[in-house]
Structure formats: structure tokens, C-alpha cells
Design a protein around this ligand. Sequence first.
Ligand code: KG4
Ligand code: ZN
Length: 333
Amino acid sequence: MPTILAIESSCDDTSAAVCREGAILSNLIATQKIHEQYGGVVPELASRAHMQNIVPVVDEALKKANVTLEELDAIAFTQAPGLIGSLLVGAQFAKSLALALDKPLITVHHMQAHVLANLIAEDKPAFPFLCLTVSGGHTQIVLCESPYEMKVIGETMDDAAGEAFDKSAKLLGLPYPGGPLIDKYAKEGNPNRFKFPEPKIDGLNFSFSGLKTSILYFLQKEQLNNPAFIEENLADICASIQQRIVSILLNKLKKASEQTGIKYVCIAGGVSANSGLRDGLKEMGNKLGWKTFIPAFEYCTDNAAMIAIAAYYKYLKGDFAALSATPTARAEW
Ligand code: KG4
Ligand code: ZN
């Protein structure tokens, strides 16, 4: 019955979680507010905030789980990918703790953990399943054969889906991160009012940079005629942008399901909070006979519970890391 402490610090959230036998006992997340004023994550400030947050967050996660340090069977941390300065804080903390407690150390790939977050709930997808992982830094379709065998079968050639939301929001004068705001305004708007182009990219890969440019030119043109264009049409613009981003994502997911014959389909990552994507996935799933899965919201955005579940499967295989393990900004699958 392994009890594992997991630490996630790859970007701007400091998180610690405890899991026992694959069940999450606690999942604490300290979100860094400092970046809001800069319109994006400032790496140096993120590292500094991780340093301040990590001890209280781990402490609280253990307390909430009612687990002592001595009861832990392993310490896990996110090794890659991410901001190197941020990753170093979590890695160094996890390694020090493993050394001090003389417990095994487990390294976890952040993107694989996003996929495995789908295994936290009681109602889990069967293998093999497809997972569309959509966050501020990534957009991937992953074919998951087992907790140990995953393959990226499609990914973005430029911006991530979250970036497409955030950069579009910025063009509309909305604060960072703008994704949730586009979602909010889109609820009141007409998604068919403005037509943005769907990129023609071969295979299962994505591209979002052309969309951003077409939104920029569209807004510039409309504002020449009417300087208050954005204000007067915000809901319809947001609904139209959201509908296009969602249709780009879902059309590739449909193609992936057709090519592989897999009908267990999951989404993960921060953008899976988007109501248009959630509704669209369900609708497409009903039509095509898929069984669809979306992790609980706290397991969609960056969190240590997904690191803990990935570490649990590695523990079962005895896949431990040496104390010399170092984080890397990029990582192979
Ligand atoms: O996974 P995540 O929390 O962090 C990483 O990037 O790793 O994802 C954050 C991204 C941001 O781009 C944010 O704008 C987007 O997820 N996001 C949303 C929504 N909630 C978060 N985008 C659209 N609609 C939402 N409701
Ligand atoms: Zn992430």
C-alpha cells in the first residue's frame, strides 16, 4: 500500500499531493498571483515564489492527508518539461527529502501525468484511450496504451491552444490569462456571427498562429470603421473565436479516433475547463459512440495529484530515480 508524496513546480503553481494505493488523499495548490501584472509568467519570479511556497504547501498536503513524513514510501517530483528555474526548486526539495528520509525517489514527465490524471476518478477510461492535452504550453493528442506506453500522435506546430485563447484575449484588451474570460463572454454571444479560418494542416497536427493573425487583421479593419467595435461586439467575437479554436481541436480528435479505431476519448490540461470544448466533446462523443472522460477541474490545471498518480504506477514497476536525477526544460516521451 504505497504512500507517495508528489511535488509539481513546472510553471507558476506550487503543488503537493499525497496518494495512497492510487487514491488521492490531498492535493494542495498555491497559485502565484504575482504574474498577473506582467501579462504572462515571469520565470525568475516564479522560481522565487516556489521557494517561498514549497515548505508550507508540502506541510499542508501532509497534514490534510493525515500522513507523517515517516509514513511515506516514496517522494516524486516533476522532472520535465517546464521552466527550468521552477523545476529546480521542486526537484531539489524532493531530492533533499528523499535523502533525509532514505526513501526512493520517482521522476515524472509532466505531460504524461496530465494524461494519467484521467485514471484518478473511479470511472476511468479503458486502455487504449486517446487524450487531447490542451494547456497554456501544450496541445497534443496522445495515444495511451498503458500507464507506461504513451505516444504523441499529433501536436501543435506553433502556439498551444491555451496561448491561442490568451493571445486572442490580449488582442481584445482582456487581462492575462484571457482564456477563462473568452469562455465567460462567449456564453452570451453568437458563435456564428464572425467566421475565422480553419487552418489546413496535414495529419493530426495543429496550428494556431494563422488564427491569431486573422483575428488581428479582422479587428484592425473593423476598428477603422468603428473604434468601439470590440466593446460593442465583445460577446459575439469571443463566441466566434472560441467556436473556431474548439472546432480545430475536435476535428483532429475525430480524425485520430477514425484512424486508430479508439472510442475512449479524454481531455486534460487547463483548456479542458473551457465550456465550449467540454460541451463539444460530449456532443461529438454522443454522435460518434465515444465514451468521453474529463478529469475533475482541480486535476485538469497543473496539480501534484496527477504527478502522484503517475508516480504510483512507476512505484508498482519499481521504476525509481537516482539522487543525481536533474530536471530538464524539454523532454522526450
Ligand atoms: O494547464 P494549465 O493550468 O497551465 C499550463 O499551461 O500548463 O493551463 C493554463 C491555460 C491558460 O492558457 C488559460 O487561459 C487556459 O488554460 N484556460 C482556459 C480556460 N481555463 C483555463 N482557456 C479557455 N477557457 C477556459 N475556461
Ligand atoms: Zn501542465
